[in-house]
Design a protein around this ligand. Structure first.
Ligand code: MN
Length: 265
């Protein structure tokens, strides 16, 4: 009598095909030519408004203390010192869709978890020692972002003169809305930026108050690192950063882009 259920051999073939398909989805075509990865690692991508393509993230750079009033509240000189940078791991991205209130998990280890609303620039190309006058040619588009921060861990490590990575680089720490092509929005050198918690405005400033413009950030950053397509840059937060707790709903606004909202859970 003929067997009607799949044989073990057929099941293995189906499983192998499914596995190959899932790897093909997440590994770029060029990478498939060489040795196959042992297991698939998902690409990190950000949706692009009005496009079917997505933006693949290579590196996440962040600029520190780029608004004078925030530099003062963090205890540094607001004069035009060279900007400083740090990175977050690429897979720290949390995408937030327009109109969604995304659940954002309160992270481990902290008792003082802070919001930092920021403009994010997304690069389509890069280089080293890029002049500021040419820097915006490398920008594909812009998004609204949150540089979420375990402030107690950041401050504790800083006080001990240790790297404050644990305060900035953790899962879900790079919250971001969809990318808007600069070809449609233009570039952002001014415009209101704000953050409210449960309807009460906490941060409220203007991009024109950035000490270093996006073009200058790219120029300076490219002195330290070779920038490439897929790099994104969190451009710093205005003053009045502060804590969030579970249940809080954060609403971020940037003039010219749709709002972005998360709920701390
Ligand atoms: Mn920041």
């Amino acid at each position: 009598m003929k067997e009607t259920s799949p044989t073990r051999r057929e099941l293995l073939a189906i499983a192998a095909a499914a596995s190959a398909a899932s790897i093909a989805e997440v590994v770029p075509a060029a990478a498939q030519a060489g040795p196959k990865p042992l297991f698939p690692v998902p690409m990190v991508t950000i949706p692009i408004v009005g496009e079917t393509s997505v933006f693949q993230v290579r590196r996440i750079y962040c600029i520190g203390r780029n608004y004078a009033a925030h530099a003062i509240e963090r205890g540094s000189d607001p004069n035009r010192e060279p900007p400083f940078f740090f990175q977050k791991p690429t897979d720290a991205i949390q995408n937030v869709a327009v109109g969604e209130v995304a659940d954002h998990p309160y992270p481990s280890l902290t008792k003082n978890y802070h919001h930092e609303v920021e403009l994010v620039a997304a690069l389509k190309s890069g280089g080293s020692n890029i002049p500021a006058e040419k820097a915006l040619d490398h920008v594909y588009g812009y998004a609204l972002g949150l540089d979420m921060t375990r402030r107690d861990l950041q401050n504790g490590m800083a006080a001990e003169k240790k790297p404050w990575e644990i305060g900035k680089s953790f899962d879900h720490a790079a919250v971001i809305g969809p990318i808007h092509p600069a070809s449609k929005t233009g570039h952002f050198d001014n415009g209101a930026i704000s953050l409210a918690i449960n309807g009460k405005v906490k941060q409220n400033s203007d991009l024109s108050k950035m000490i270093w413009s996006v073009a200058e950030q790219i120029a300076k950053l490219s002195e330290a690192f070779e920038l490439k397509a897929g790099d994104i840059i969190y451009s710093g937060t205005p003053e009045n950063v502060g804590p969030v707790v579970k249940g809080d709903v954060l609403l971020c606004k940037l003039e010219g882009l749709p709002d972005m909202s998360i709920k701390i859970v």
